[in-house]
Design a protein around this ligand. Structure first.
Ligand code: CTP
Ligand code: MG
Length: 390
């Protein structure tokens, strides 16, 4: 059985572009390197932002706007992504967005503009904004209500009055727009705006809000960086388990790939990809533990891109998604139910290969079904995996 299919395979030309602006110097953070390249729990902000954008439920074209001199590092961060342009930024955020917009591919109808500095923004917010742009044909900004009371003050700190709070919201990124209207608004802009939605609205565009996410806060100063590190460690305090099952029928006409290894002389497994049921079950277990859906909805496993793809392709991408969501993989356990291949002789090799791909210990066990059912009749193989994330 193949994982659930989605028709919008990622080999298709993307209809959504995500422009990640990462060209600021980060003066308020005050580090030697540009802010977007400062690591948060070991992973640079720009890399976290890229992983979150690439996890979207449909293929996206990435445009990374980076400081001159950082294009190679950006390219290595985006190397696994099929559609990616890297351009140097401008002197202001607005100039950087304009540079990014100029690099958006012709097939994109929707553009999301995102601050690399909002590096913990969950993928779900990207999907929410894109869906709202598509539904309303308007500009869309994520917004959270203001909870503190807001005062208007004079230069000396004297209170002039209390601002009515019910009409106020904080806005975040990604902000999404119909592409042509955003380009026209940028072409018409005659001054500097604090966000893309203000520029868009001044050009006559309608802007609406969708619920934002507390984790989409912007890292500006040292205490924001500490907050981000804290959020990630708080995620780590609650372990999460996940489960994945995959079943494939034997097909004697193809080679067997299982657990990321080739098994010469063994009947293969039928499938659009290489049929590696162990690799697929592990991906589903990891995605399930992270609450990130499943392999079919994440990767569009029926797409041309994944024809005959080996398990390691899915595993590498899955591990990157799980890490970007802030998780550390504790361990993975796999149980295979099949008459063949005999796993015992190569168990250590399979475990080593999978551990290398997953970056955590993987144990693999195998059993037969005592002659019962499709496994017992030798028609196919089942792999069941569990994963623990912290
Ligand atoms: N940005 C950009 N080009 C600029 C300025 C900012 O691409 N010329 C990007 C930043 O990299 C960041 C986002 O816009 O991801 C939001 O800007 P901000 O938080 O102000 O970042 P910096 O400008 O880098 O920080 P600072 O203002 O403290 O220098
Ligand atoms: Mg700035």
């Amino acid at each position: 059985m193949q994982p659930a299919r989605v028709e919008s395979g990622s080999a298709e030309e993307p209809r959504i572009a995500v422009v990640v602006v990462a060209a600021g110097s980060g003066t308020r953070l005050g580090r030697a390197e540009p802010k977007a390249f400062v690591p948060v729990r070991g992973v640079p902000m720009i890399e976290r932002a890229v992983e979150a954008a690439c996890g979207m439920s449909e293929p996206v074209a990435l445009v990374l706007v980076v400081p001159e001199g950082h294009r190679e590092r950006a390219a290595s961060i985006a190397r696994d992504h099929a559609h990616c342009a890297i351009v140097p930024g401008g002197p202001t955020r607005q100039a950087s967005v304009a540079a990014g917009l100029a690099a958006v591919g012709a097939t994109c109808e929707i553009v999301l503009v995102h601050d690399a500095a909002r590096c913990l923004t969950p993928t779900a917010l990207f999907d929410r904004v894109a869906a709202a742009v598509r539904e309303w044909g308007a500009g869309v900004v994520p917004a959270l209500p203001v909870t503190d009371t807001i005062k208007r003050v004079d230069a000396s700190g004297g209170v002039l009055g209390t601002v009515e709070r019910s009409e106020l919201v904080h806005v975040q990124t990604p902000q999404g727009f119909p592409r042509a209207a955003l380009e026209a608004a940028y072409a018409a802009a005659r001054r500097d705006y604090t966000d893309d939605a203000a520029l868009f609205a001044d050009a006559g565009g309608a802007v609406r809000t969708v619920p934002g996410e507390p984790r989409a806060f912007k890292i500006t100063r040292e205490d924001d960086l500490e907050r981000a590190e804290h959020v990630l460690s708080a995620v780590g305090a609650r372990p999460r388990t996940g489960i994945g099952i995959d079943v494939h029928a034997f097909d004697v006409s193809v080679p067997l790939w299982l657990g990321g290894l080739h098994w010469p002389g063994e009947p293969g497994l039928a499938g659009h990809s290489d049929g590696d049921a162990i690799a697929h079950a592990v991906c589903d277990a990891l995605l399930s533990a992270a609450g990130l859906g499943d392999i079919g909805s994440r990767f569009g496993t029926s797409s041309e891109e994944f024809r005959d793809a080996h398990g390691e392709v899915f595993l590498t991408r899955t591990v990157a998604l799980v890490r970007a969501a802030g998780f550390t993989i504790g361990n993975v356990a796999v149980q295979v139910v099949a008459n063949r291949p005999r796993l015992g002789a190569r168990r250590a090799e399979v475990e080593r290969r999978l551990a290398e791909l997953v970056g955590a210990p993987v144990s693999v066990a195998a059993t037969t079904s005592d002659g019962l059912g499709f496994a017992g009749r030798g028609e196919g193989l089942t792999a069941i995996a569990t994963a623990l994330l912290s």
